[in-house]
Design a protein around this ligand. Structure first.
Ligand code: GTR
Length: 328
């Protein structure tokens, strides 16, 4: 072989190796998250991206976009389903209208507490919700804590359902939440998370409902200082991936993905507990007028039409609702 041929062979070999390297280095995934820097979910999603790259030796990489910069939650859900985005942390709330099985968690007062949520999700009910998500193009890799949601508003403490009458309350996009507010005599106003602060401030709505960390991180407490501990919803959140992307991965890559997601979820749940306390302390110091509701039975009783309508529209979900209610 003359030296020119040798050089040519080396060049071809290098090109082949480089080409191979490019083909195994999959494209960088895009991840959506609604929350701001420092929020438990934000830290946990960043950790997930870091673990993914570490555990896969740089083969699976994820670039996170926080604070809803890639769009509203309902839009992002569509994007992950269609493959425009690969990964996200979603509340099951706005997923409910698309995935009926996932909507059962949005029936008010269905969960007793957060531990009950984990027991449900780790059992058969969790499998049914996962199957429903998968049918609609979303693979749930792990569950994040979404805390419990309570009412807050700019006008008065809410102690009984009568206090909700006439109040204009922002809800997430889900008919169950609109039904919930109507059943209490209020006026529901479905709206994107990013618009709530301004709407509370200008009086477009009187109130909203959320957990301590979101009430605090959004600054809603500054413009709607009456927080009433109704805890009417405990909505879990999913760390999920587009189903086509997931199904094309090797079994080993799927395993890595799930391990990274589980580790990230454990971190999120630990940070969540800390942040819930810290946020509560911060808003109280900021002048929030807080009240508990020792007897919630009137609120629970008022939800009967919400359950009746949901079950009439989704008769096949009766067993799932019963399964959750009967899970100790
Ligand atoms: C938060 C949740 C977000 C979003 C938000 C809302 O608690 O983490 O995903 O659903 O509530 O009220 O829109």
């Amino acid at each position: 072989m003359n030296s020119l041929k040798k050089v040519a062979c080396v060049v071809v070999a290098i090109a082949m190796i480089a080409g191979f390297a490019v083909s195994v280095q999959a494209k960088e995934w895009k991840g959506w998250n609604i929350h701001v820097a420092g929020y438990p979910n934000t830290i946990a999603m960043d950790k997930f991206a870091e673990l993914l790259s570490q555990k896969s030796g740089g083969k699976m990489t994820l670039k996170m976009y926080h604070a809803g910069t890639l769009g509203s939650q309902p839009d992002a859900i569509e994007q992950v389903r269609l493959g425009g985005l690969e990964i996200a942390n979603f509340s099951l709330g706005p997923i409910g209208p698309i995935v009926p099985e996932a909507n059962v968690v949005s029936l008010p007062f269905i969960f007793k507490n957060t531990d009950h949520v984990w027991r449900v999700l780790e059992g058969k009910a969790g499998d049914m919700i996962n199957a429903g998500l998968a049918k609609k193009g979303l693979i749930s890799l792990a569950w994040y804590d979404g805390g419990s949601r309570s009412f807050y508003n700019s006008k008065k403490p809410i102690k009984t359902p009568a206090d909700v009458v006439g109040l204009k309350v922002r809800v997430m996009n889900n008919d169950l939440y609109s039904g919930m507010i109507s059943a209490l005599g209020g006026n529901p106003s479905p709206m994107a998370f990013s618009e709530v602060y301004q709407s509370l401030k200008t009086g477009v709505v009187d109130g909203a409902e959320n957990n301590w960390p979101s009430y605090e991180s959004t600054g809603h407490y500054e413009v709607a200082p009456f927080y009433s501990l109704s805890q009417h919803l405990i909505i879990p959140e999913t760390l999920c991936i587009n189903a086509d992307v997931y199904n094309k991965l090797s079994a080993n890559d799927q395993k890595i993905l799930k391990e990274a997601a589980q580790e990230s979820a454990l971190l999120q749940r630990k940070l969540w507990k800390e942040r819930a306390k810290a946020s509560e302390t911060k808003v109280m110091a900021g002048g929030v007028k807080f009240n508990t509701i020792p007897d919630k039975s009137a609120f629970q009783a008022a939800m009967k039409p919400v359950y009746d309508k949901f079950l009439a529209q989704n008769p096949s979900l009766k067993p799932l609702v019963k399964l959750i209610q009967n899970t100790p």
